[in-house]
Design a protein. Structure first.
Ligand code: C2O
Ligand code: CU
Length: 549
């Protein structure tokens, strides 16, 4: 195994998109940021130098970080921010992940510009579980905001107002041909006829699940969230924010230019009229001698904006590869079962002496509040008063969560810093239930730090604890770090709590994360040094008193 070193220099850098310029926090002056490329089992040290205005942390999304929560990154969960003018070195330990993952800032909404791909190559001995591709391409889907999104969001949260979705989506930092004055920068991928490429797709968008397709080219999905899946041949994919997908693309069509397009899939069905920038495009371009047509061909296989049926039907085709080199170990002796509702709510809060009401999100009717000292430090050093170990295993009331009219008394959520404790090696099953509380149902891409989990089932409506478990896939369920909890539906997942540490669970829509749709799992030590959290590095960023909501 090798050791790699990177320097990430965070600066405010100027960008022009959608006919307007602004400065935005990015890494090494690039959007998306640098690619981290490793072989399975390697270790990477990333020295993050913060030369911007905001305190920042960085998360290595999907990397398990065995016993090493100190370098996981979420602000006020495993560390305090790297303040402007200072630096911190992360130690990223790659154990069993293989495929594409990504990194992103985990402080307020700075991840809009601070993100990039991680490529984990297989060992030479094992290789890919498919013929070695002729080439590789990385496409990072993102969100563009014309203004300063951190300022906007801070103001919205103070006023209890709705937070912005985005002004356009992007592919490798570019909105594409359909957006005003952005055409010149449209991203191009050049291919040679007859070759097969490994396309690595990352959804780094802030608030949207996306459909993605390439005109006239099939996609063969072979990997998801850093694990291999049985090949799925499809005309489009649905990718949730946080997810990463590997697919094979063969350049077997007539020489020409083809649009690659991502389109917002809006499970909440907001009013489309004030928000019509749903498509982002890039161009797949064959090398060779031909006269290109005026406009590239647009993918006819891309589902429409409001069509939520293809999302779950695509996702339910995914199965773990489950072969000798990549075995499946679904926990079967469940010791903790949880049933967690994800809801949109209201809160009242005090702002500079006045009582205001605003939007909130909750898990089991608890809306998360960040502490002023990170949970990890408080847990490790036995500090009291930072969090309470009483996150509920069940929602406070069981009723028809997906009804059109959900009783009004659940709209107000309680706020707290409530964590769930697990013993080492517990076998855990969690059923997430999407609700229609507040008449606001939508998909929630739920992400767990420090782990991947098997998604053993999912469906629409209320979870039925008798019939639904009968349909669980315990043979080859897909392994993910982010699962799309369907709108007014459920998703069941299992994992073994074999990684001691402090791990964040949250919805990967930043609007919902900001409103409190998160909680923390603490997995206790196993009793030996090899099953315990490692020593903290000597220079963790100090926690000032500047706690934010
Ligand atoms: Cu992509 Cu909390 O993470
Ligand atoms: Cu959500």
């Amino acid at each position: 195994a090798k050791v790699h070193y990177h320097d990430f220099i965070l600066t405010e850098t100027n960008f022009t998109r959608l006919c307007s310029s602004k400065s935005m926090l990015v890494v090494n002056e690039s959007l998306p940021g640098p690619v981290i490329r490793v072989t399975k089992g390697d270790t990477v040290y990333v020295n993050v130098h913060n030369q911007g205005y905001y305190g920042v942390t960085i998360h290595w999304h999907g990397v398990h970080q065995p016993r090493n929560p100190w370098s996981d990154g979420p602000e006020y969960i495993t560390q305090c921010p790297i303040e402007s003018g200072s630096n911190f070195t992360y130690e990223i330990i790659f154990s069993d992940e293989e495929g594409t993952l990504w990194w992103h800032a985990h402080s307020d909404w700075t991840r809009a510009g601070v993100h990039g791909a991680i490529v984990v190559l297989p060992n030479k001995e094992t290789g890919f579980p498919f013929p070695e591709p002729d080439g590789e391409e990385i496409l990072v889907l993102g969100s563009w905001y014309v203004g300063d999104v951190n300022e906007e969001v801070a103001e919205d949260l103070e006023n209890g107002a709705d937070t912005p979705r985005s002004d356009s989506y992007t592919i490798n930092g570019q909105p594409g041909d359909f957006c005003e004055c952005s055409k010149e920068g449209t991203y191009r991928w050049q291919v040679d006829y007859g070759k097969t490429y490994l396309l690595r797709l990352v959804n780094a968008a802030m608030n949207a699940e996306l459909y993605f397709a390439i005109a006239q080219h099939n996609l063969t999905v072979v990997g998801l969230d850093g694990s291999y899946v049985k090949p799925v041949i499809t005309g489009f994919v649905m990718i949730s924010p946080g997810q990463t997908m590997d697919m094979l693309v063969t350049a077997n069509q007539p020489l020409g230019r083809y649009y690659m397009a991502a389109r917002q899939y809006d499970s909440a069905r907001y009013d489309v009229t004030d928000y019509d920038k749903t498509n982002t495009t890039a161009i797949l371009e064959y090398r060779g001698n031909y006269t290109p047509s005026a406009d590239p061909i647009f993918p006819s296989t891309l589902p429409t904006y409001e069509d939520f049926v293809p999302a779950l039907s695509f996702t339910s085709r995914l199965r773990s590869l489950a072969n000798h080199d990549h075995p499946v170990n679904v926990p079967k002796n469940i010791t903790t079962r949880m049933y967690i509702t994800a809801s949109m709510n209201t809160i009242t809060f005090d702002y500079e002496g006045t009582t205001k009401s605003g939007l909130a999100s909750s898990l089991n009717n608890v809306s998360w509040i960040n502490p002023s000292t990170d949970v990890l430090l408080a847990y490790y050093r036995n500090m009291s008063g930072i969090y309470t170990p009483d996150f509920p295993e069940y929602p406070p009331l069981l009723f028809n969560f997906t009804a059109d009219e959900v009783p009004d008394y659940t709209t107000t959520t309680i706020q707290g810093t409530k964590v769930k404790m697990f013993d080492y090696n517990e076998e855990v099953e969690i059923v997430f239930q999407g609700t229609n509380v507040f008449d606001a149902s939508e998909d929630h891409p739920m992400h767990l730090h420090g782990y991947t989990f098997y998604v053993v089932g999912s469906g629409y409506g209320n979870f039925d604890n008798v019939t639904d478990p009968e349909g669980y896939n315990l043979v080859d369920p897909p392994k993910m770090n982010t699962v799309s909890l369907p709108k007014k539906g459920w998703a069941a997942l299992r994992f073994k709590a074999s990684n001691p540490g402090v791990w964040l669970w949250h919805c990967h829509l930043d609007r919902h994360l900001s409103w409190g749709m998160d909680t923390v799992f603490i997995v206790k030590n196993g009793g030996t040094p090899e099953t315990s959290i490692r020593e903290p590095p000597p220079n963790m960023p100090p926690c000032s008193s500047s706690a934010i909501r």
